[in-house]
Write a protein that binds this ligand. Structure first.
Ligand code: KIV
Length: 287
């Protein structure tokens, strides 16, 4: 385990210069944030994917600021070293720069160190406005779940020459607007590699091949907890839903069989007090 000093924007930028890969995972609660932080994950992204994997919505669209504030506060309380990036939910920044700044400020007050917004050149003014008040911004292009779910669904981006050119233009626009890093989601590896080489800020890939400066996965996907969707780009590092199922089934069985709680799980009265209480019960029965 490295030092527990909090990572900041310049530490993340320095990793690209030193060609050190950046590790990113989503986190939504205190206990898992503590574990990820202890494991030296560089950035914890409080993703609006919480809407799907924690709250059970079919997409990230219904997630609101109030939901995100609760998740961000919990993650911040569990984190000492990792940089925390809060994902601005659908509707919290599309209305315009001043609403976006107000909402970005709420993320910082909840304990985040930066915010993330989905979008390309069309949100440059919004990004500039947030960066101008001193809040670091992470961009997010390629597949943009907040709006992809409303248009064409979750499809690979940068499949065509036009798509590749647009992604490179968007990445350059975001760098110009002042973002400190860019998530590239489900982008053809060739395009992700070219974008990564052409930028001085790091790219964080998810389903975008090995050439990005860092990688991010949704925690519930890589732990094998979320079972509704299984994207091919996810590597499962555990099958926790099986383990949780077995544990919960055993618990259920033990209760029904009367084998839980055991003596080691049980508390008793002080022996002397128990005697006094029993005598008292006897005395009352005689009255
Ligand atoms: O919400 C999220 O988890 C994300 C990642 C998929 C990058 O935006």
């Amino acid at each position: 385990m490295q030092g527990r000093t909090k990572l900041n924007v310049s530490d993340i930028l320095a990793k690209k210069e030193k060609k050190e890969k950046i590790s990113v995972l989503t986190a939504y609660d205190y206990s898992t944030a503590r574990i990820c932080d202890k494991a030296d994950i560089d950035i914890l992204l409080v993703g609006d994917s919480a809407g799907m994997v924690v709250l059970g919505y079919p997409s990230t669209v219904p997630v609101g600021m109030q939901d995100m504030m609760i998740f961000c506060g919990a993650v911040a309380r569990g984190t000492k070293r990792a940089m925390i990036v809060g994902d601005m939910p659908f509707g919290s920044y599309q209305v315009g720069p001043s609403v976006a700044v107000e909402n970005a400020v709420q993320f910082i007050k909840a304990g985040c160190d930066a915010v993330k917004l989905e979008g390309g050149s069309e949100i440059m003014d919004t990004i500039k406005a947030i960066v101008d008040v001193g809040i670091p911004v992470m961009g997010h292009i390629g597949l943009r779940p907040q709006t992809s779910s409303l248009w064409e669904g979750y499809k690979l981006q940068g499949r065509t020459k036009e798509g590749a050119i647009k992604l490179i233009e968007d990445a350059n626009a975001l760098e110009k607007a002042g973002v400190f890093s860019i998530v590239l989601e489900m982008t053809a590896a060739e395009v992700a590699g070219t974008v990564t080489k052409s930028l001085s800020i790091p790219t964080i890939g998810i389903g975008s091949g090995p050439d990005c400066d860092g990688q991010v996965l949704v925690l519930h996907d890589m732990l094998g907890i979320y079972e509704d969707i299984r994207p091919r780009f996810v590597k499962r590092y555990a099958e926790l839903s099986n383990e949780i199922f077995d544990a919960v089934s055993n618990y259920n069985h033990d209760i029904k069989a009367g084998t839980f709680p055991e003596e080691s799980n049980t508390f008793h009265m002080d022996a002397h007090e128990l005697d006094k209480w029993k005598n008292e019960q006897r005395r009352r029965r005689r009255i």
